[in-house]
Design a protein. Structure first.
Lengths: 91, 397
């Protein structure tokens, strides 16, 4: 009955541990609509000027905007600048 | 900013990647720890990104795996700059020689400045220096300054001290002149004794020669006191002799002093107006607008310099000007004090003129007040030897 994620989730809640580490979830920080900072991603699926799709643990993160630019990419984090209009998780 | 500087120092290239699987390219780069930054999508099949030199080298290995074409668009940074310089060795060599030449040229003296001379002509000092090999165009490495100073002292008798200093390409020669004792005239040379100052004769002591003045005579500067020409009556001829003697005369010294009897004093009212000016090189930027709101004021200036090290600093300076409002108040000066002040002022100006040996017989001071100003006239009567020898010009008589 208990899924793998379920146990971890419960554990994280009991011990009050940060969920991004325990559950391997992305941590997303936005500064206005100018910058977005994604930690703990699983790679880029699509990159164009106005649409970026990033693979994460709980689905695909889609960012829609204008003049999007990857300021910084390393294995753990992506830093995107530009005019961001939409950020959504799609399954 | 720091990151950009770091990237510049390490060097980076801007590459363009062409292909259909650009996302795969990025992911592979991430997986291989190749750092990409400023990734831009140019069009559907092209991507522009910055990559470090090491990263670019690693990229060559993976480029075959993926179906992408990588081309260098621009090269940036210090390593490339050095590399370019290596290719142009002659330029480097030229810059080096230019620097060397500059150092070499700066060892030559370009101009000579002379200070401290009063009686000795500047041209004379310069010509003497030129004779000693010290002139514009001379190399300072071959000049022994201490030796030069001594030689110059020997060459020009009137000098008591010479200091030569070389600052960069400029040489500064400082001299101090001797104060020469009065010319002694040799005993064999016929001479007159003349007055060196105006005065009234008090006493004549003739040791040789023929006194032409007596007690009570008024003489002017340059008048003959003891003649060196002796008239021999029985021969009817005159013979020149070396005359000497002491002639004491009363001399008078005069000086004026003055002082306003009403003084205007400035008193701060406590009101203050501060003006701040930022000085950037030669450009002044004032933070405050408007005029100074006072009629009478005292200005106090302070300046703060940024990053000052000895005389070198950034040409940025903050000047703070404080304007203090003042009231002008007229004060009547105490007359006794004013008189003392005037007396002292007059005496100070006069005392330098009176020789040390002179005996002061009498001092007199007269005060007059005119238009609110106190004038004081000091007269000093002194007794001193005014005799000075002067060579007889042959053929003069």
């Amino acid at each position: 009955m208990w899924e793998n994620g379920g146990i971890k989730k419960g554990l994280a809640e009991i011990l009050e541990l940060p969920k991004d580490i325990i559950l391997d979830l992305p941590k997303i920080i936005m500064i206005g609509n100018l910058q977005i900072y994604i930690e703990n991603h699983k790679g880029i699926l699509e990159y164009t000027d106005n649409r970026i799709r990033i693979n994460t643990k709980n689905g695909t993160l889609r960012i829609i905007g204008k003049n999007l630019m990857l300021k910084n990419i390393v294995a753990e984090e992506i830093f995107i600048v530009g005019e961001i209009n939409q950020v959504e998780f799609i399954d | 900013m720091v990151l950009r500087l770091w990237n510049y120092m390490r060097g980076y290239v801007i590459i363009r990647v062409q292909g259909l699987t650009l996302e795969r390219f990025i992911n592979i780069c991430m997986a291989r720890d190749i750092y990409l930054w400023d990734v831009k999508r140019i069009d559907n099949t092209t991507l522009e990104t910055k990559i470090s030199i090491e990263g670019f080298k690693d990229l060559k290995k993976i480029v075959r795996k993926i179906d992408c074409k990588v081309s260098i668009f621009e090269k940036h940074g210090y390593p490339f700059w050095i590399h370019r310089l290596k290719k142009r060795k002659m330029l480097l060599l030229g810059a080096f020689f230019c620097f060397l030449l500059l150092v070499f040229v700066s060892t030559f003296i370009f101009s000579i400045e002379i200070a401290g001379n009063e009686n000795v002509e500047k041209a004379e000092i310069i010509s003497k220096l030129n004779n000693l090999g010290f002139k514009p165009g001379a190399n300072r490495c071959f000049i022994n300054l201490r030796k030069l100073e001594n030689q110059l002292l020997l060459e020009i008798d009137q000098l008591a001290w010479v200091g030569v200093e070389i600052k960069g390409i400029k040489a500064k020669v400082e001299v101090a002149e001797k104060i020469l004792p009065p010319n002694k005239i040799d005993k064999d040379i016929p001479c007159n004794v003349v007055a060196q100052k105006n005065g009234v004769i008090e006493k004549v002591i003739t040791k040789s020669g023929h006194a032409v003045v007596k007690e009570g005579d008024i003489v002017k500067k340059g008048d003959i006191l003891i003649s060196g020409i002796i008239q021999l009556e029985h021969i009817g001829n005159s013979i020149p002799v070396h005359s000497y003697g002491d002639v004491y005369a009363k001399t008078y010294y005069e000086a004026m002093g003055e002082k306003n009897l009403t003084e205007i004093k400035e008193k701060k009212t406590g009101q203050k107006f501060v003006k701040k000016i930022l000085n950037l090189g030669n450009v002044e930027l004032s933070f405050n607008r408007g005029k100074i709101p006072y009629e009478f004021y005292i200005v106090e200036k302070r300046s703060k310099k940024l990053l000052q090290w000895r005389k070198i600093g950034l040409p940025v300076e903050l000047i703070i000007e404080e304007y203090y409002e003042v009231n002008k108040i007229e004060i009547t000066v105490n007359e006794v004090e004013a008189k003392n002040h005037v007396h002292k002022e007059a005496l100070d100006s006069i005392l330098e003129e009176i020789p040390f040996e002179a005996e002061i017989l009498n001092t007199q001071i007269d005060f007059t007040v005119k238009d609110g100003v106190l004038y004081g006239k000091v007269i000093i009567e002194a007794l001193e030897n005014i005799a000075v020898q002067k060579t007889l010009q042959i053929g003069e008589d």
